[in-house]
Design a protein around this ligand. Structure first.
Ligand SMILES: Nc1ncnc2c1ncn2[C@@H]1O[C@H](COP(=O)(O)OP(=O)(O)OP(=O)(O)O)[C@@H](O)[C@H]1O
Ligand SMILES: [Mg+2]
Length: 245
């Protein structure tokens, strides 16, 4: 199963979502081996992973891979080699800086492509101008990829109604792109948990003694579990759909 967090617009939470999903309990319950794959030459996750290594944290069933080549063959071989050894691959697909080629390859490989998007006129029109043309081309070339592109509303107000957000996106999204009913709320804890290479669950253990932080981090852990469960279910459904055909 290959899942990708993709968004040509920068700073929408792709790397944060990818790493925390890889270490979520939902993923651990469902997959024996998990590859966290960064395709971004910026190396946000690589730096974070190196810090983990230095600190000696336990990575359990999660391995990390960095592919920055935009040469099609190198990219394909890299992805194939990783899929052969892992039940689940979670890709962090780069934003604006790296160009469309990378995004195109990565989207074409995904069984489930998750598009973290803010509810804002700017982000919505940037999506239509930049990422959607790529999705349209892929769906045209490979019709089975239809129904594999899902918007995850991000940085939502923690108390905002999901139904309202969902109906908004349902109205503005073009064909072949659906909106998830799950959201990724804005929380200050996401800006701090990853210092020194921690993941959210490890950070939760560190702040367990502090009531204020503990409550915040527990909510964030719950967000990640809900998102991970939703994506695992969607992955299963797209697998079942592919088998029927
Ligand atoms: N739910 C959240 N609430 C508040 N801040 C968040 C949340 N998720 C991530 N952030 C913060 O927003 C910033 C961007 O997040 P992140 O690096 O995950 O995005 P990205 O899409 O990978 O960015 P880039 O396009 O630069 O690779 C970071 O500073 C991160 O700590
Ligand atoms: Mg990133």
């Amino acid at each position: 199963m290959i899942m990708g967090f993709v968004q040509t617009k920068g700073g929408t939470g792709k790397s944060t979502l990818a790493l925390n999903m890889a270490f979520s309990k939902a993923v651990a319950r469902n997959y024996d081996s998990v590859a966290l794959v960064e395709l971004d030459h910026q190396g946000t996750l690589r730096n974070w992973w190196e810090q983990r290594q230095e600190m000696g944290y336990n990575n359990g069933r999660v391995s990390f891979h960095h592919i920055s080549s935009t040469q099609k063959e190198v990219f394909q071989e890299g992805i194939k080699a990783i899929t052969q050894h892992n039940d689940l691959m979670i890709m962090d697909i780069p934003g604006e800086g790296t160009g469309r080629l990378h995004t195109r390859f990565a989207c074409a490989f995904c069984d489930v492509a998750v598009i973290p998007m803010r509810q804002s006129t700017n982000d919505e029109s940037a999506f239509l101008d930049n990422l959607y043309p790529i999705i349209k081309d892929i769906v045209l070339a490979v019709p089975e990829k239809r129904g594999r592109f899902h918007v995850l509303p991000v940085f939502t107000h923690p108390r905002a109604g999901r139904d309202k957000i969902y109906s908004h996106f349902k109205q503005v999204l073009p064909p072949h792109v659906t909106c998830l009913k799950t959201v990724y709320p804005a929380r200050a804890v996401y800006e701090n948990f990853n210092r020194n290479g921690l993941n959210l669950n490890e950070y939760a253990a560190v702040v367990a003694g502090n009531r204020k932080y503990r409550q915040q981090v527990e909510k964030a852990v719950q967000d990640i579990e809900t998102i991970s469960n939703t994506l695992i279910t969607i992955g299963r459904e797209s697998d079942a759909g592919a088998e029927e055909k």
